[in-house]
Design a protein around this ligand. Structure first.
Ligand SMILES: [Zn+2]
Length: 250
C-alpha cells in the first residue's frame, strides 16, 4: 500500500505518465462500453429466439410422441394380420375335422382368435384418432415456426450488422489506445492494468479536494495527509483503501 516508488519529489515525468494513463483509461472505458453493447442482444431478438426455441422443443416432443404411437399402432396391425392368418388356417382345418368334438375345438379356437382381433381393433381406433390429432398439432406448430423463422433470420442478420459496426468502432479505439500506451512507462501501465482487472473497471482515479481534506474519487475515502502530499508531488501512490493509482488531476 501507499508509496509504490519511494523516490523523492518532484516527479514531473510520473505526473505526465499519470495524466496520460488517465486519458488512456477513458479510452479503455469506451472500449468496455462497446464490448458490453456487443454482448447485449436486442430485446426483440431475444424474445423471438425464445419463441422459436420453445416451438422447436414442442415440435420435438410431438414428433417423439407420434413415433411412439405409430410403433404401437403398427404392432397391433401386425398382430391382427398374424391372427387373421391363424383364423383362416383354423377354418381350413375345421373343414377337415373328423369328429363333432374336433369341430367344437376348432370353433372355440376360432372364437378366441376373433375375440382377440376385436380387442386389438378396439385398441387401434383411439390410437388412430390420437395420431390424427397429433398430425394436426404438428402441422400447426410447423406453420408457426415457418412464420417466425424468417423474422428470426432478419433479426439475426440485423444483429450481425450491429455487432460488426461496434467491432469496427472498437478496433479504431484499440488502435488509438495502443498509440497512447506508447507514451506511458511499461511498469506503470502493467500496474494500472492489474488494478483495473482486479477492480473490474478503473485502475487510476483522481484525487478530489474537499475543503481541507482530500478524497479518493474511486472509493471516496478521506486520504491521509502524507498520501495526499505524495499524490500532489506526483509520486506513484495507491489509495490505501481501494488500491487504485491516484492522480492529482489537472
Ligand atoms: Zn480509493
Amino acid at each position: 500500500m501507499g508509496n509504490v516508488n519511494g523516490a523523492d519529489p518532484p516527479h514531473k515525468g510520473q505526473l505526465d505518465a499519470l495524466r496520460a494513463l488517465f486519458s488512456l483509461q477513458e479510452k479503455d472505458l469506451e472500449i468496455d462500453r462497446l464490448q458490453k453493447e456487443v454482448e447485449s442482444l436486442p430485446e426483440e431478438l431475444l424474445s423471438v429466439r425464445a419463441q422459436v426455441e420453445a416451438l422447436e422443443g414442442k415440435l420435438q416432443d410431438l414428433l417423439e410422441r407420434q413415433a411412439e404411437l405409430r410403433k404401437e399402432y403398427n404392432r397391433h396391425s401386425l398382430d391382427i394380420e398374424d391372427l387373421t392368418a391363424k383364423e383362416k388356417q383354423a377354418e381350413a382345418e375345421q373343414r377337415q375335422a373328423q369328429s363333432a368334438r374336433e369341430q367344437t375345438q376348432y370353433e372355440n379356437r376360432i372364437q378366441q382368435i376373433k375375440d382377440r382381433i376385436k380387442e386389438l381393433l378396439e385398441l387401434s381406433t383411439p390410437l388412430m384418432e390420437a395420431m390424427e390429432n397429433l398430425e394436426e398439432e404438428i402441422a400447426q406448430v410447423e406453420a408457426e415456426l415457418a412464420g417466425l423463422r424468417p423474422r428470426l433470420e432478419a433479426l439475426l442478420e440485423a444483429n450481425r450488422e450491429r455487432v460488426e459496426a461496434l467491432k469496427q468502432e472498437m478496433a479504431k479505439r484499440l488502435e488509438e489506445r495502443a498509440a497512447m500506451a506508447q507514451g506511458i512507462p511499461t511498469t506503470v501501465l502493467k500496474e494500472y492494468e492489474a488494478i483495473r482487472r482486479a477492480r473490474k473497471g478503473t485502475g487510476v482515479v483522481r484525487m478530489h479536494r474537499q475543503g481541507q481534506v482530500f478524497r479518493c474519487e474511486g472509493c471516496n475515502v478521506v486520504l491521509p495527509t502524507h498520501v495526499a502530499q505524495k499524490v500532489v508531488q506526483g509520486q506513484l501512490v495507491r489509495c490505501p483503501s481501494c488500491g487504485r493509482l491516484l492522480w492529482k488531476g489537472e
